[in-house]
Design a protein around this ligand. Structure first.
Ligand code: LLP
Length: 417
């Protein structure tokens, strides 16, 4: 990651040393690089230039307002999955006409809030949701703009927990049923069909699963047209992977070059393409900074017990995910294999395993590639306040979310009299 580099033997975020940041803000600490966000966007900007594409940042990956605002200013829309995420995008003054609303379980109040705001599209994932949305819109005297999220039954070749486009997944409407559901949608006066949507998975490294999905969506779009249902946009979801270790993921250009080629072949290049990338915009723009509290050597293992834990970063234990670990000030003498573990009372509380490091108590470690699905998946388990978040911009650090005050974790609870 070019914005997290060693300078004079110390790992930096842009121009600031992580040692300095730990002193100022304490650990565990999320550190983001503003330039890394801009660079990640640049790959999308280049790929979308001169093409009718709307990039809706999949904000579940990292929904800090500073991150959202950066992307808003760069021109993205947003992919939201809850009324809470809608509230965040409205809080930064984003344009609701660039917001798509995904998710299998939209509640009435969430539909109402999104209709009130005027979102670009609801990505509807079931017939029951379609019925509810039509009713909610009708009661409000509004027209809901709708895409169906179809399940194209393709294998994204990624971790089963983050693969979403297979028949057995809970997501979307089976593609064989889609025409029927579209026809039903077309008959409902409070709905206006605008598109089709799919999202096949996350941390995808190849173009081919996207093209398999696109193939099926193109066939669907053609069938719909023969029934007089004409779409304005085609949403291919998110999913472009990042490099955690030695992956060579596809780039936005790899994807869009192929997509536009296929659309042209089928005379469908009038369609707007929507993308919902999350991880690829933020994943490598953040690290989790943590301090070694204790070293513990047993017969079987060497443990570095650090002050970050599974409540801060759950990906390793939840997905067996691999995050690279860097000593902020690497020592030279001799290497030991360490498991990096947190203080939580669970064997699953580990951040990395069998890493060659030379450590002493008090050393700082950076858990890399922690910009996506890291803070947003954090909890307060063991009554641990969620970590602070800092955004570095050149020579300046901005505290974009302070560490949660301990009392705030239980301040709204009450005891029985
Ligand atoms: N659109 C939809 C409908 C989604 O469900 C997702 C992610 C995205 C877009 C963004 O996907 P991305 O570009 O970030 O791959 N917590 C897991 C990842 C879960 C992804 C959920 N959906 C992880 O830490 O790996």
């Amino acid at each position: 990651a070019p914005h997290f580099q060693f300078k004079n033997g110390t790992l930096h975020a842009e121009n600031l040393s992580l040692t300095q940041l730990a002193e100022t803000y304490d650990t565990p600490l999320y550190v983001y690089s503003r330039q890394a966000l801009r660079d990640a966007w640049e790959a999308y900007r280049v790929a979308t230039e001169g093409r009718n594409v709307l990039v809706c940042y999949g904000m579940k990956a990292n929904s800090n307002l500073a991150v959202l605002n950066e992307f808003k200013n760069l021109g993205t829309g947003f992919d939201i999955v809850s009324g809470g995420e809608l509230a965040r995008v409205l809080a930064i003054g984003a344009d609701p006409a660039k917001v798509v609303f995904s998710g299998v379980g939209k509640q009435v109040w969430e539909m109402q809030a999104a209709l009130e705001a005027g979102v670009k599209c609801f990505n509807v994932e079931s017939e029951a949701e379609l019925t509810r949305l039509a009713q909610v819109a009708q009661d409000m005297g509004k027209i809901a703009l709708v895409s169906l999220r179809v399940n194209p039954d393709v294998d994204a070749q990624t971790h089963p927990y983050i693969s979403t486009g297979l028949k057995e997944n809970k997501f979307g409407i089976a593609i064989e049923k889609a025409v029927e559901v579209y026809q039903h949608a077309a008959s409902l006066p409070s709905l206006n069909i605008v598109g089709v949507d799919c999202h096949i998975g996350s941390q995808i490294t190849e173009v081919s699963p996207y093209l398999d999905a696109l193939d099926k969506l193109i066939a669907l779009i053609q069938t719909l047209a023969s029934h007089g249902i004409h779409l304005k946009h085609l949403d291919l979801g998110g999913g472009i992977g990042i490099r955690y270790t030695d992956e060579q993921p596809l780039t936005p250009s790899d994807l869009l070059n192929k997509v536009f080629e296929m659309l042209a072949q089928h005379q469908l290049d009038h369609l707007q393409i929507v993308l919902e990338p999350g991880r690829s915009l933020v994943g490598n723009a953040g690290v989790l900074l943590t301090q070694v509290e204790y070293l513990k050597h047993s017969e079987a293992k060497n443990f570095a017990i650090v002050d970050a834990a599974m409540n801060d970063l759950i990906r390793p234990t939840l997905y067996d995910a691999w995050h690279s670990v860097e000593a902020v000030k690497p020592r030279t003498q001799g290497d030991t294999l360490y498991d990096i573990v947190g203080p939580i009372c669970e064997s699953g509380d580990w951040l990395a395993r069998d890493r060659k490091l030379t450590l002493q108590q008090g050393d700082l470690l950076a858990i890399m590639s922690a910009g996506a699905y890291a803070f947003t998946m954090a909890s307060q388990y063991n009554t641990r306040p969620r970590a602070a978040e800092v955004m570095v911009d050149g020579d300046t650090a901005h505290l974009v979310r302070p560490r949660e005050p301990l009392e705030s974790l239980y301040a709204s609870e009450s005891i029985l009299g």
